[in-house]
Design a binder for this molecule. Structure first.
Ligand SMILES: Cc1ncc(COP(=O)(O)O)c(C=O)c1O
Length: 384
């Protein structure tokens, strides 16, 4: 018998997260520009971008998706060709699936995001993680790629089919020497994928300068876009494999199942692109780095400890926060979340007190000062 579905809890739902100040690493670079917010409303109907379809997403001339994907995006990424995907993970999977075969090995940094591992597993690859240095730095050193490649050769009798670097990584915001890693990887005849989910759209980034054959980026994480959307850059050398077309449906690229971000997501990316392009200029990024370093110094003066690269070169930072952990032993583990929420500051996960990640991207010195004061007030309140 068919039961009637109770729909009472669905329909329009207001988001109640206080967002006066947002420090959530997953969100700071994805906050929409006013133009993207407008685009969301304008292009929100299903396949809205397909009014004048040219047979494939990247061929649509009106709106100017063709120009974005085939002209602006390759230039922005510093690579020969580009596509949009449904996320950084889909870009990584497309590369792995196209250039590796089942049972091959992929070498990736020990700070790699879970989505890199899952993408490799979905492509039925074996994974060798490149060792990181111990706490508190957790650095990825180029020579460790050589060691991991040699280990794969020894254990499997063949070279890895792909190497991946997370640039920067999503835990500590560490920026490894991609150029040096690229040289080692290429000297071993291995193609190189740089996952720039936290770089592309935030900071200056150029695939060719880093020595990458492929790059992946995340629109919802770093390009002020409504998710899910990502970007993929590929060199001409590997484009025939990654962008191969279907023998039956000649317009459709196999790795993207024909078309990817075909609606409001791509239109928010286009809408934000002028602002995103501007914010990645070196002088703008330098200000972000200075803000991050200032914030790190302020928190350290309160007894917290920033792990990872120091001085830090990115807005994503990991803090060990023992003073808050000590308070949680007397109060409860949600006290910090509650106190921050009461001040309309979002970003520290509920229940975390011993350590947490934060991002200062786009927050600005004034609001970062408010956050520092909030931490001070909370420490004082519970010390009495
Ligand atoms: C370093 C890194 N890469 C990739 C991803 C996944 O990005 P996407 O959601 O665009 O697939 C994340 C998500 O947190 C990440 O931290």
């Amino acid at each position: 018998m068919c039961m009637a579905i109770n729909t009472a809890k669905f329909g329009f739902i207001k988001r109640d997260t206080p967002r006066e100040i947002n420090l959530d690493p997953l969100q700071t670079g994805g906050i929409l520009t006013p133009e993207a917010r407008q685009a969301l409303q304008e292009w929100g109907d299903g396949y809205s971008v397909c009014d004048y379809c040219g047979g494939a997403l990247d061929q649509i001339k009106t709106p100017p998706i063709f120009d974005f994907i085939n002209k602006a995006l390759p230039e922005f990424l510093g690579c020969d060709q580009a596509r949009v995907t449904n996320g950084a993970r889909e870009a990584k999977f497309a590369v792995m699936h196209a250039v590796c075969k089942e049972g091959d090995w992929v070498v990736m940094d020990g700070n790699a995001h879970y989505s890199s591992l899952v993408a490799a597993q979905r492509a039925r690859l074996n994974i060798k993680l490149v060792e990181k240095t111990p706490a508190p730095e957790y650095k990825i050193l180029p020579e460790k790629y050589a060691e991991a490649i040699d280990a794969v050769k020894r254990e499997s009798g063949r070279a890895p089919a792909l190497a991946l670097l997370t640039y920067p990584d999503g835990s500590y915001g560490n920026i490894a020497d991609a150029k040096a890693i690229s040289k080692i990887v290429h000297d071993n005849g291995i193609p190189f994928l740089v996952n720039g989910a936290y770089a592309i759209g935030r900071m200056p980034f150029n695939a060719k300068e880093l020595g990458a054959d492929f790059v992946s980026g995340s629109g919802h994480k770093s390009m002020a876009s409504s998710g899910p959307i990502g970007v993929l850059g590929v060199s001409n050398q590997y484009a025939p494999k990654v962008l191969a077309k279907s023998p039956t449906n000649k317009n459709k690229e196999i790795e993207f199942l024909g078309c990817t971000a075909r609606g409001a997501t791509i239109m928010t990316m286009l809408a934000s692109f002028p602002a995103v392009y501007e914010r990645t200029r070196p002088e703008r990024w330098q200000k972000e780095v200075e803000d991050a370093r200032w914030f790190s110094g302020q928190l350290e003066s309160l007894g917290l400890k920033q792990l990872g690269d120091k001085p830090h070169d990115h807005d994503l930072m990991f803090f060990e926060s023992m003073p808050f952990y000590d308070i949680s032993q007397k109060a409860d583990r949600y006290f910090l979340y509650r106190e921050m929420k009461a001040r309309s500051i979002h970003g520290i996960k509920p229940g975390l007190t011993k350590n947490f990640k934060l991002s200062t991207f786009g927050v600005g010195r004034e609001k970062l000062g408010i956050v520092v004061d909030a931490f001070k007030e909370i420490l004082q309140k519970y010390s009495t």
